[in-house]
Design a protein around this ligand. Structure first.
Ligand code: GUN
Ligand code: ZN
Length: 423
């Protein structure tokens, strides 16, 4: 049964200072939400009475909710297990945590993870589940039927270099013959889509990648690419005939305009050119790259090659669930690059970073009618209550650097009020 708290009221009037463009100061106004969409946008004071629910107020800030382009739902309980590099961290921290989804913890774990994201204002995400078939199916059904969030999600596909309980053949995951996702077209607005999720080349044999590649043409694909130097070397040893890590995926047909490639930290120019040619999306995960000391993503390279970039928390390698903190980390990564380089490095402004976690992330994940305040857009909105002193030309910087979930007063996702504790 759908949770009654997810039922949208007939209309919601959202009043406050509208942050329509992060490059410009927010202006007083109000929004009428109906049937999950922004039906009207007005400037000036809101009417004091309206037929539906009224939220916000003159001193509130109204902004689009956030989208997280890469995370792992089963890993939320192991945030903060510090001190290891990628491969050792997977073995000692992540695989044991993911094993618990095979012993009855999946649905409750997914609900807690989604609730934690909602608390931080995230209304849409791209996620990995675990490789378990039954629990994965339960979680996908829950995401489709009862969760208030947009999602691209799939169970992990992996068939080697991991514990038996994760790679048993009935759990290897990502069968392209499984029920089709609900979106054939990248531009469609489908709220929940099932993706193919080969974990990464070191955990997948050629035959598994080939099987997944056969299903990739009309599906979203999520994987990891070139996160750490050690991983890149391992791929070289496991796929000695492939010209590069990126081309392992490319040869199996896994790079499409609907492929999300988490990390892309150590790509050569040749690999950037392949990603650009396939129009796949690089997902920058700055907090995770620092946590595991994997390296620093080069935003300028992505721009130089014309590769689309989205931003992901990569929980649990990333310790921050809140996307404003991930956006801040993107700025800090660029600053660190600049401090260690004699070459010019472009540093995203707070407004550009904010745009990334709202409009850009939603658009790159195929929800182009979300992440914005505009007529007919999906009503995924946050009512924030920042201190009055924040309302100056540094408002967006203050939101990024001073973020805490307590700033959020109300969450409107998909046109309904969402209370994270009830997820
Ligand atoms: N590479 C393969 N699996 C994972 C994972 O779960 N997290 C991260 N950060 N990298 C990976
Ligand atoms: Zn990841």
């Amino acid at each position: 049964m759908p949770d009654p708290s997810l039922q949208a009221p007939p209309s919601i009037l959202v009043a406050g200072r509208l942050l329509i463009d992060p490059e410009r100061a927010p202006e007083p106004g109000w929004i009428l939400v109906r049937d999950g969409r922004i039906e009207e946008i007005h400037s000036g004071d809101a009417p004091s009475e309206a037929p539906g629910l009224i939220v916000g107020g003159r001193d509130r800030l109204i902004c689009p909710a956030f989208t997280d382009a890469h995370c792992h739902l089963p890993q939320f309980p192991v945030i903060g297990a510090d001190g290891l590099g990628l491969l050792e961290w997977l073995e000692r921290v992540v695989y044991p945590a993911e094993g618990s989804w095979g012993r009855g913890g999946a649905l409750a774990g997914a609900r807690r993870a989604v609730g934690a994201m909602a608390r931080e204002g995230t209304a849409g995400f791209a996620a990995f589940l675990t490789s378990h078939a039954g629990p994965g199916a339960d979680v996908l059904s829950w995401l489709e039927q009862d969760s208030p969030m947009r999602a691209i999600a799939g169970r992990v596909a992996m068939d080697r270099n991991a514990p038996d309980d994760l790679i048993a053949s009935d759990r290897a995951g990502g069968d392209p013959d499984e029920p089709a996702d609900r979106a054939g077209d990248p531009g469609t607005e489908n709220r929940v889509r099932r993706s193919l999720n080969p974990r990464f080349a070191p955990a997948c044999t050629g035959p598994l990648l080939e099987k997944l590649g056969r299903g990739a043409a009309d599906r979203w694909v999520q994987t990891h690419l070139s996160e750490s130097v050690e991983e890149v070397e391992l791929v070289g040893a496991l796929f000695p005939d492939a010209p590069s890590y990126t081309e392992v995926y490319d040869e199996f047909g896994l790079l499409t305009p609907r492929t999300l490639l988490a990390h892309c930290v150590h790509l050569t120019d040749r690999e950037w050119a392949v990603v650009a040619r396939r129009d796949s999306i690089a997902v920058h995960c700055p907090t995770a790259n620092t946590f595991l000391r994997s390296g620093r993503f080069n935003l300028d390279k992505a721009r130089e090659f014309g590769v689309r970039v989205a931003l992901g928390s990569d929980v649990a390698a990333g310790a921050d669930i809140a996307m404003p903190r991930v956006a801040r980390a993107m700025i800090e990564t660029a600053k660190h690059r600049a401090m260690g380089s004699t070459e010019p490095v472009s540093i995203p402004t707070p407004a550009q970073a904010w745009d990334m976690i709202t409009r850009t992330n939603a658009q790159e994940l195929g929800w182009s009618g979300s992440g914005v305040i505009s007529r007919a857009a999906a009503a995924d909105l946050l009512v924030l209550r920042p201190p009055e002193s924040w309302f100056d030309e540094h408002l967006i910087g203050r939101l990024l650097y001073g973020w805490e979930s307590g700033l959020i007063e109300t969450r409107v996702f998909n046109g309904g009020i969402v209370r994270p504790d009830t997820i």
